[in-house]
Design a protein around this ligand. Structure first.
Ligand SMILES: Nc1nc2c(ncn2[C@@H]2O[C@H](COP(=O)(O)OP(=O)(O)OP(=O)(O)O)[C@@H](O)[C@H]2O)c(=O)[nH]1
Ligand SMILES: [Mg+2]
Length: 440
């Protein structure tokens, strides 16, 4: 579980394969020279590729439909058409790819440069050279290119927060996020202003940045459901560092040190081992006069409890209101993020490289071979994945190709089914946009 911040629905249409050619060799002493039509080139694939420089799916909101390049047609003299160039769409790290209709997860793209074959281009149609047989040495048969795959995908960017902001309500977590990042969370003087986690991207100096997640406030007994509970903590299960924000002004009348202990014990109650992450204690609201004295107390109690030589977290004083101390906090945080390894809850990828299993043509073919629908007394409409693909790959300019197509229909059992349903000689049969007569 992580945050689903950003989503985009995209439609991909991979390139169609080039059509195969029908042509014949004309040689002096050969009466009807052999077939000489080359194959069409393959249609272009559409890939997704991880680009670590991106951090949103914004680009896809303005450009939703992507079409692959078509393969070149086959030519005479046995020349094959060129395969089309593939298209690569850049996505940010952490993009989950789902089938938009079924919701099935197809890939979880994490590493820079990782690719995913999202829509496969069609194969080129075979030219008539390929159909020559002993019995039919000069076939007028060629295939059209196969259509490219069409898929509607849902992209989801689960932003992996590097840093989580935790603490009691109203200690200033959202205020802090608003002054260190581009995020504009709601800020309020009342408890539980933040109801769902907010996220922000923080840039520190050149090229260094990290993602901060601002959590709703925790209170004592949160692990038993008090306040907003602790369910939302699952959103920071992958963070490396926690910023433990404490209201040093104690304006709500609580003791800052007790706050610190209470929050830690709530974090501990959650089974994500959150206490294993390094913390920075953020002493906030240092602009308030009583804060200085309170901080002294806090430090004293910390040492009393854990001992002078304990490995205690660093304490950084800030005022999110006046913005004092922020640069020091950000530098320390960036440093800690950099030196803390990724926190792994699960072993790597449950998503095997399943491109082929999911996209293999063979798989799709055969699932829905054909469908027959009676439009009126004498008109029949044929459909189905396999049948429509065969249709699209047939070159109707040549009688022989048409005959080949009708043989293929017969072997699929289409004729039989039409007859069974009561089709008569002379009825109209329609496939896609083409109509022809049914001849029993
Ligand atoms: N004086 C002072 N007030 C602050 C400071 N930071 C935040 N506040 C105030 O504290 C109140 C709570 O701030 P929020 O940022 O909403 O607190 P929060 O921790 O996000 O609270 P919840 O979302 O309810 O958990 C607001 O009135 C802020 O203006 C600060 O550094 N100094
Ligand atoms: Mg808040």
């Amino acid at each position: 579980m992580a945050l689903f911040l950003d989503t985009a629905k995209i439609e991909l249409r991979a390139g169609k394969g080039g059509d195969g050619a029908v042509s014949f060799r004309h040689e002096k002493f050969v009466p009807d020279g052999g077939p000489w039509g080359g194959d069409g080139g393959r249609g272009g694939d559409i890939f997704l590729i991880v680009d670590e420089g991106l951090n949103t799916l914004m680009d896809f909101r303005y450009h939703r439909i992507w079409k692959g390049n078509a393969g070149e047609k086959g030519m005479t003299k046995g020349m094959h058409g060129h395969g089309a160039e593939d298209i690569y769409l850049n996505v940010p790290e952490g993009t989950t790819v789902k089938d938009a209709e079924t919701g099935e997860v197809l890939a979880d793209l994490r590493e820079n440069g990782e690719t995913f074959l999202a829509a496969k281009g069609g194969r080129g149609g075979r030219g008539n050279m390929r159909f020559a047989t002993h019995n039919n040495p000069a076939p007028e048969v060629a295939e059209n290119g196969e259509p490219g795959q069409e898929h509607t995908l849902m992209l989801e960017l689960r932003v992996l927060a590097d840093v989580g902001l935790v603490g009691f309500p109203s200690v200033g977590k959202s205020t802090l996020l608003s002054v260190i990042s581009n995020a504009r969370p709601k800020i309020g003087a009342y408890h539980f202003t933040t109801l769902v986690p907010n996220i922000g991207m923080v840039h520190v100096g050149y090229g260094s940045s990290f993602v901060v997640a601002d959590m709703p406030g925790l209170i004592e007994g949160a692990h038993q459901g008090a306040g907003l509970g602790i369910e939302f903590l699952r959103h920071i299960e992958r963070t490396r560092v926690l910023l433990h924000v404490i209201d040093m002004s104690a304006i709500d009348g609580r003791d800052p040190f007790e706050d610190y202990l209470t929050i830690n014990s709530e974090l501990e109650s959650y089974d994500l081992r959150l206490l294993e992450r390094p913390q920075i204690i953020v002493a906030n609201k240092m602009d308030m006069p009583q804060s200085v004295e309170n901080l002294k107390e806090f430090k004293k109690k910390l040492i009393n409890k854990f001992g002078e030589f304990a490995d205690l977290p660093q304490i950084i004083e800030i005022s999110a209101l006046t913005k004092d101390g922020l640069s020091g906090l950000l530098e320390a945080t960036a440093d800690l993020v950099k030196h803390t390894g990724e926190f792994k809850l699960y072993e790597d990828d449950q998503f095997a490289e399943s491109d082929e299993a999911y996209y293999g043509f063979e798989d799709e073919v055969g699932k829905l071979e054909f469908s027959v629908y009676r439009e009126d007394v004498s008109t029949w409409v044929l459909g189905g994945v396999k049948l429509e693909r065969l249709f699209k790959m047939t070159n109707f300019d040549h009688d022989e190709s048409v005959m080949k197509f009708s043989r293929q229909l017969r072997s699929m059992g289409v004729d039989e089914e039409l007859r069974r349903r009561g089709a008569k000689d002379g009825d109209i049969v329609r496939i896609v946009k083409f109509e022809f007569e049914f001849v029993d």
